[in-house]
Design a binder for this molecule. Structure first.
Ligand code: SF4
Length: 289
């Protein structure tokens, strides 16, 4: 729970606030940019909600914040935020909200399917979210893009009995996961689901392509709102930046319309525009040392 005594001075006066425990994960600024901003090393409220829609967005950010750093001085029904998740993006793909501190607020996603739902990376193991996922059919598979974003995977496995899939180079074998990806060749997980190893951010990073439309990118690829194109994160290329560039080039041969990252902004565009942005991203990466 956020503490009003620790309210950051950068917040504008009023009901909603961010306190000093904020870890600057940017979940709130991505979910509700009209309310929250990144003022440097932390985030704060730059505009107090004035409409029901804005209050709903602020409450969605409040329940999604991994550290409980967002608070309000007035009483609000928490279900305004809770019931918004999982949040439908398109078709049968949802954003889970409820981020976890152990994955630094990484975003996770849910695909609902008659043959069993899929969770991509791990949200916080929060009872309110679990109830809603259960009502949507539970989880039969958990796709883990890389070792940083696995958070509460064990608890999800115990609760839903889901099979977990991750690359051996990110510790899948050591963790005792049910399906282990090896090497750098793509692996067809289902008719419409492909795992593509993309070493760079970590050695065993994998992105998952669903229906040639939704690309779940973990920390490999995201949208840059400042440069208005696709980007990668040089400062956190823990394994190898040159390797990440090669992995990015490999993605040029795939078609997709959505980039759904763990960190960084989501982007949706037609496949050709996305391809052009990816080419721009690769060209930019080659200029960065
Ligand atoms: S979601 Fe929470 S931790 Fe993340 S930037 Fe916002 S206030 Fe800070």
């Amino acid at each position: 729970m956020a503490n009003v005594q620790q309210r950051l001075p950068e917040n504008v006066p009023g009901d909603f606030f961010v306190d000093s425990t904020c870890i600057d994960c940017d979940t709130c600024t991505q979910l509700a940019p009209q309310i929250f901003r990144d003022h440097g090393e932390q985030c704060s409220v730059h505009h107090q909600p004035e409409t029901n829609d804005e209050t709903r967005l602020a409450m969605m950010a409040l329940v999604s914040c991994p550290t409980g750093s967002i608070g309000a001085t007035q009483r609000h029904d928490a279900h305004i935020g809770i019931d918004a998740f999982p949040l439908l993006l398109e078709d049968n793909v949802y954003y889970c909200g409820f981020t976890s501190e152990s994955s630094f607020g990484a975003w996770s996603y849910l695909i609902t399917r008659p043959q069993g739902n899929i969770l991509i990376d791990s949200p916080r193991f929060a009872s309110q979210l679990l109830k809603r996922i259960e009502a949507m059919g539970g989880v039969s598979q958990m796709l883990l893009t890389h070792k940083d974003d696995i958070a509460d995977h064990e608890l999800f496995h115990k609760r839903f009995g889901c099979e977990r899939i991750m690359h051996s180079d990110d510790g899948a074998t050591r963790l005792g996961l049910e399906q282990v990806i090896h090497g750098t060749e793509p692996v067809q997980l289902d008719d419409d689901l492909l795992a593509i190893p993309v070493p760079g951010h970590t050695r065993g990073h994998v992105v998952f392509l669903y229906r040639k439309k939704f690309l779940f990118t973990g920390d490999h690829l995201a949208w840059s709102p400042t440069r208005q194109t696709l980007t990668a994160f040089r400062s956190v290329a823990w394994y190898s930046w040159p390797e990440q560039i090669r992995s990015m080039e490999k993605l040029l041969s795939y078609e997709f319309e959505w980039v759904l990252p763990g960190h960084g902004d989501i982007h949706h565009a037609d496949a050709q525009s996305m391809h052009n942005h990816l080419e721009r991203c690769v060209a930019w990466m080659k200029t960065v040392r």
